[in-house]
Design a protein around this ligand. Structure first.
Ligand code: PPS
Length: 227
């Protein structure tokens, strides 16, 4: 699979999304969209599949922890309008002022992201959640599947760009002239919450700017219902 050309990867992604479009109620499919480079590609292709089938506008869930970069929030809001995204912004039911942000990555991600995500899936009656995760970005994502049946609540997590590399993502952005958040131009390569994200050093890995304590507990977070 890793020898596939970008064209073949695009075709494979379209085939996965077409399968979702033909098997799910259009309003029950949500893109887990951060405004980041990967989920924006998924949103773009999903939008094209929906438009082609005359299925209406796309829906997306954004987990706004309250500590995202202002630049990504502004980008999200601008693109949501431009692309006519029916956007649900899910927020944690927590007062951040006294919250021990990032001290324990499992409880922080669980309370700020996993629980609001589960609530949003319930509230929106989503049956399918499309994500922007890629196999090559983290060892714990290497074995992920395109279609994952999840519980708490019941839904299918669909991962349509698992085979894509960081290079594929940017090649696609450039080919289709996709807009992207200005933080990438400033040297960020993987965007999470602000307290857990820095710029990677020269020649370092894509996610080296992400909080490494969190990187070590990715499998636990996924088992709790996270991406
Ligand atoms: N806050 C929020 N809101 C909505 N969707 C989200 C969120 N965090 C993660 N995701 C989904 O998971 C994809 C991978 O994100 P990350 O690699 O940043 O995940 S992680 O935070 O490191 O676990 C991510 O795609 P990209 O952010 O484009 O890589 C989304 O599909």
């Amino acid at each position: 699979m890793s020898d596939m050309t970008l064209e073949k990867k695009i075709e494979a992604t379209e085939a996965i999304l077409l399968e979702v479009a033909t098997s799910a109620a259009p309003g029950a499919v949500q893109v887990a969209w951060t405004g980041g480079k990967d989920s924006t590609v998924v949103l773009f292709i999903w939008r094209a599949v929906m438009a082609h089938g005359g299925r209406g506008s796309v829906r997306a869930i954004n987990l706004d922890t309250g500590c995202k970069f202002t630049e990504i929030i502004a980008f999200r809001d601008r693109l949501a309008v431009e692309w006519d995204v029916d956007l649900t912004i899910a927020r944690p039911n927590i007062v951040l002022k006294d919250y021990p942000l990032a001290v324990d990555p499992v409880s922080c991600c669980r309370e700020l992201k996993v629980e609001p995500l589960q609530q949003a899936i319930r509230d929106q009656a989503a049956t399918h959640l499309l994500t922007g995760i890629r196999r090559d970005e983290h060892p714990d994502r290497a074995g992920r599947k395109e279609f994952e049946v999840r519980t708490r609540p019941d839904h299918v997590m669909v991962n349509p760009i698992l085979e894509w590399t960081e290079m594929d993502i940017w090649a696609f952005h450039s080919r289709f002239n996709l807009p992207f958040c200005e933080l990438y131009e400033r040297g960020y390569r993987s965007l999470g919450c602000q307290p857990c994200t820095t710029k990677p050093g020269e020649g370092a890995e894509e996610r080296s700017g992400r909080d490494q304590a969190k990187e070590r507990v990715m499998e636990t977070l996924t088992s709790l219902g996270y991406f």
